[in-house]
Design a protein around this ligand. Structure first.
Ligand code: ZN
Length: 239
């Protein structure tokens, strides 16, 4: 039954993200500028080229491409990866150190899943409001202000927690892309298991875990998916 409260609440929830695809692309350019002002980002090293080659292989398996997906390496020793709007995906050097190729592919597939479903834009819209994001896109005449907003957004996007449903969607898309690209899907499970062990052995949980919760449930769900999809015909909803 939908009471009055639900009828008012539902459109509010669904319309968090009212940026169009072209707007999201413009926002992505602004944010990418901010990220490279605040972090040491590389795109022309051997490591970056390896990430790009693997990422592009997975992107090629997407049924639809709204964005120009791009992959970067951040010179940071902590194991993390994050995605900003517009399909721009950043992998920390520290993550490359603890992953083999299949595990890295699993993480990249997961981040591509978030980008494809536009989760970063949705969560920024929720956190800052769409008006704020539009200002960020269109205030060309005030670069200082744009930079300031960008810094806040980048910080925010790194701290943003995805919801449980977002995580499930991203995992399922990763699984689908890995299968299509001919990469063993167990890599993502192995990576999450590794992170769980890291978490158990350190006082501070890896940032990847705090932005992409919750791991035990995700591992079980992925294992079940791998076991049950013997025919390899699984396709995530809406993809
Ligand atoms: Zn995630």
């Amino acid at each position: 039954m939908f009471g009055m409260g639900c009828a008012q609440l539902t459109p509010f929830i669904q319309n968090f993200n009212i940026l169009s695809i072209p707007e999201e692309k413009q926002l992505a350019d602004r944010l990418a500028e901010s990220v490279s002002q605040q972090m040491r980002v590389t795109s022309d090293t051997a490591a970056a080229r390896q990430v790009q080659a693997l990422g592009n292989r997975l992107v090629a398996a997407l049924p639809r491409r709204d964005f120009d997906y791009a992959f970067f390496v951040v010179e940071d020793p902590t194991p993390n990866a994050f995605t900003i709007p517009g399909g721009k995906i950043y992998v920390h050097a520290g993550l490359l150190k603890i992953t083999d190729e299949n595990e890295l592919a699993g993480v990249l597939g997961h981040e591509i899943g978030h980008a494809y479903e536009r989760h970063p834009t949705k969560s920024l819209s929720r956190a800052y409001g769409v008006e704020f994001l539009s200002q960020m896109i269109f205030r060309n005449q005030d670069p200082g202000r744009v930079k300031q907003i960008g810094a806040q957004l980048v910080k925010g996007s790194l701290l943003t927690k995805y919801g449980r449903d977002d995580e499930r969607e991203a995992d399922e898309i990763s699984y689908f892309l890995l299968k299509r690209a001919g990469i063993p899907p167990e890599g993502l499970v192995n990576f999450l298991t590794k992170l769980n062990q890291l978490q158990a052995n350190s006082a501070q949980p890896p940032a990847f875990l705090s932005s992409h919760p919750p791991t035990a449930e995700r591992i079980q769900r992925l294992q079940a998916l791998i076991q049950n999809d013997r025919s390899g015909t699984f396709r995530p909803e809406g993809l």
